[in-house]
Ligand binder design. Sequence first.
Ligand SMILES: Cc1cc2nc3c(=O)[nH]c(=O)nc-3n(C[C@H](O)[C@H](O)[C@H](O)COP(=O)(O)O)c2cc1C
Length: 422
Amino acid sequence: MTFESLQLPEPATGSSAPYSIAQGLPYEYPLPEGVVGSALHLSDKTPKLFQPLRIGNMVIPNRVGVSPMCQYTADKNEVTDYHKIHYGGLSTRGPGVVTCEVMAVAPNSGTSMVDLGIWNDTQAYKLKDIVNYAHANTSKIGLQIGHAGRKAMTSALFDFLENWDPRAIEKDLVGPSAVAYRPNGRVPTPRALTVDEIHTIIKQFGAAAKRSVEISGFDFVEIHAAHGYLINEFMSAHSNKRTDQYGGSFENRIRLLLEIIDEVRANVPKGYPVFLRFSASEIHDSNPDAWNIADSVKLAPIVAERGIDLIDVSAGGNDSNADRPKKGFGMFLEYATAIKKAVGDKALVSCVGSMHDAKGVNELLEEGLIDFAFVGSPFLKNPGLVFDWAKELDTEIHHIASHWPFKPKYAEMIEYIKSTLK
Ligand SMILES: Cc1cc2nc3c(=O)[nH]c(=O)nc-3n(C[C@H](O)[C@H](O)[C@H](O)COP(=O)(O)O)c2cc1C
């Protein structure tokens, strides 16, 4: 891969003052000198990890992003102060992108009862504060949209509560077929969706994407087709036993995914970045019905052709008897590199899962084996991870103006404040 000097957007000045009202914030807020997380002295010597990347019409300052992570803190599926603090803390500290946790496209389709939703306009308006704050800090922020299917409302907390009654969710549990995620477990068996209901869900994905752009103002959207949730359930013959146009052959099992991609694309502006996360393997070699890497290699060019800008490679989650994934750096790297090989430059490919080593990730990027890395749990412990990685790779990057070392146009700011006091 060659060095491409991409123009990052200038920090948006909301007024002529150096101490500017950042766009979208109702109070004065200092602008950073450059895009937070971007290399101060960008050249072809800059480690690939800190070279900008174009994804659709979006240019981002570096190649490590925050992976979507449910925070189980929504109030009636709407944003709470916690979300503002959490995503605010991340978006001030320079990740290439921040991906907000999966948001349910329909009622009762979250992974838990305390997930965020984006099935109505009020939910989308409440997300706007998070987006505005990220933008005031020059950060790019997106969201993941999903439907948890037969695993809806079962994750986190509830599974472990003594007095949790699975019958409370039974009527809302749907999937491709009446096949339980954990046979004989506490989670009930889902009801098979009708074709009309499938068509409604496809529309709900499109409407959620439209709201996330037009109301909330997010910079990108990621479709969640991984970890055993609804789209993944349709893709796998392990969970999909249908005999209609949505089941049976590979082509039929990926039909829901492709129709959702088309619907999302039709509801966002041209060039708007659309990511897709899927599980590249069910990690269960002895199960002939399991989705495997050969299926993913076949799927990747199809979704690239359909307009997916970035394939976010994860794995597992659809088979409660799956093998254990391998441990250590880059758990799913062999899948991501195989998928990158299959799509070439038709789509960007990222990897997630223990991508926890700055030098290791940078080497993979330099060799062109992947285009981007998503990191999850380390960002929960350390929102400033990108600064630690920059230090490790001997690269200076831009801070937000209020972080040490304080580098705004200080003299101009004082002059401006004096002039306003006259
Ligand atoms: C608390 C928590 C919540 C998560 N929620 C989501 C989610 O909403 N959507 C998703 O695709 N993955 C979710 N994941 C998986 C992460 O995005 C990521 O793929 C996983 O943690 C592996 O990356 P890591 O090894 O860097 O943590 C979650 C992980 C954690 C720890």
